[in-house]
Structures are given as structure tokens and as C-alpha cells.
Design a protein around this ligand. Structure first.
Ligand code: DX5
Ligand code: ZN
Length: 223
């Protein structure tokens, strides 16, 4: 079966924006004509950091029609998918590592009217996603250990992207392949070449003075 490879997207991560003015971060994404905002939700257990709750996502939803790509870094994501769906998430991604019913939670996210995503930490073998591949809209291969922005990119994750792209092609599937962590001007092309089509950028986007150059480089638009 022939399936088109999804177009490349840049999803800026609000984690690297001004947390006292998240609406301004949203405005900067919209101003540059981008469609996705990546929103990192951390619980202080699955990862050693805390960020935003559903109330923050709902408040941002009131300000914006952007596609909200909500990345749950929680020990018990099954308990929170409904709250984030109600808050206005468009896609909710959940990690495969914690102990909960991953299949049921992926189904529940779709039942709630959202797209679903499955996330792998850098040291989780990629074939862990095999039982779920027919039922996901996105697979996120973390290129840093989750918890903090501004970390160094893990090049050893690139073969996972190649594997996912090959598996997607062989099976005629259409899930997106996302990367998150340390994606910058140098590593974004390597991710694309390895098969990623959805590139998350915190530091590389929000700390850049010239955002248009970052966007063009990420999306492979050579001026
Ligand atoms: C890390 C988060 C990322 C983070 C990436 O746990 O999942 O989304 O914002 O930040 P950068 O792009 O700075 O590595
Ligand atoms: Zn993230």
C-alpha cells in the first residue's frame, strides 16, 4: 500500500518560553505561521520536574486555535487524559514506560476526540511500540532523558527513527514520527534524514533572535 509521508512540522515547546507569559509564547508561534504548540506536562515522579496542569492548557486554549500537542510525562497518564482532552488538547502523547494499560489509554484518547501518541525514552527499545503501531497517530522518540529543556541531543536515538519510518512504510501506516529534546539547527536535518517529520524545539525556537532562520532550517527550506 502506498502511504504519503507526513509533511514536516516544527512544534515549538512552551517549556522554553516565558512561563509568566505563556500567551506571548503562543503568539510567537502563531506569528510565524506555525500550526503546532508542544506542551510538556510533568508530574515530579515520572520525571524530576513540574510544569503545567490542565487549567493552564484550558487557559491557553481560550487564547489560541493552534494544534496543542500535549506530551504527558506522568506515572499515571490514564488518570489525566480526560482532563487534558477537556482542556483542549488536540493530541495527547503518553509514555510507554510506566505501569498502566497503554492500549486502553491510547483508545481512550481517541474516544475523547483527540489524536494519540506513544512516547519512548532514549533507552527504551523501539520495538516496544510494535503491539501498538496500528493504533497510534504519532510515535515520539525522545532524544534526551525527559524532564528538562536545553539538554544535549542523543544521536544514538537516530536509528529508532529509521526503524519507525521503515515499519510505517512496510505496513502502509501513516503515524507521525516525532523527536523531542536537543533538536537544533545542526541536529534537525539529521532527524529529518533519519525519518522524523515532527520536530519539537524548545530552546532552539524560543531562545533564537531570528526565528525565521530556525524555522527554515528545521523545515528544510533552503533560501
Ligand atoms: C523535555 C521536553 C521537551 C523540551 C525540549 O523533557 O519533553 O519538550 O521542551 O527542550 P529543548 O528543545 O530545549 O531540548
Ligand atoms: Zn516534550
Amino acid at each position: 500500500m502506498m502511504t504519503a509521508v507526513p509533511e514536516t512540522l516544527l512544534a515549538p515547546s512552551l517549556l522554553a518560553s516565558d512561563h509568566a507569559n505563556l500567551a506571548e509564547g503562543i503568539r510567537q508561534i502563531e506569528e510565524h505561521g506555525l500550526e503546532w504548540a508542544h506542551i510538556d506536562i510533568m508530574d515530579g515522579h515520572f520525571v524530576p520536574n513540574l510544569t503545567f496542569g490542565p487549567g493552564v492548557v484550558a487557559a491557553l486554549r481560550n487564547r489560541s486555535g493552534l494544534f496543542f500537542d500535549v506530551h504527558l510525562m506522568l506515572d499515571n497518564p490514564d488518570r489525566f487524559v480526560e482532563a487534558f482532552a477537556r482542556a483542549g488538547a488536540n493530541l495527547i502523547s503518553i509514555h510507554i514506560e510506566p505501569d498502566y494499560d497503554v492500549s486502553a489509554t491510547l483508545r481512550e484518547i481517541r474516544r475523547l476526540g483527540c489524536r494519540n501518541g506513544l512516547v519512548l525514552n532514549p533507552d527504551t527499545p523501539v520495538d516496544a511500540v510494535l503491539p501498538h503501531l496500528d493504533n497510534v497517530d504519532l510515535v515520539l522518540a525522545m532524544t534526551v532523558q525527559p524532564g528538562f529543556g536545553g539538554q544535549e541531543f542523543r544521536g544514538d536515538v537516530l536509528p529508532k527513527l529509521e526503524w519507525l519510518a521503515a515499519e510505517r512504510k512496510d505496513r502502509g501506516l501513516a503515524f507521525r514520527i516525532e523527536v523531542d529534546g536537543g533538536v537544533n539547527l545542526e541536529t534537525a536535518p539529521r532527524c529529518r534524514e533519519s525519518g522524523a517529520d515532527t520536530l519539537v524545539a524548545g530552546t532552539a525556537f524560543f531562545k533564537a533572535a531570528d526565528k525565521q532562520t530556525v524555522i527554515d532550517a528545521f523545515l528544510g527550506r533552503n533560501a
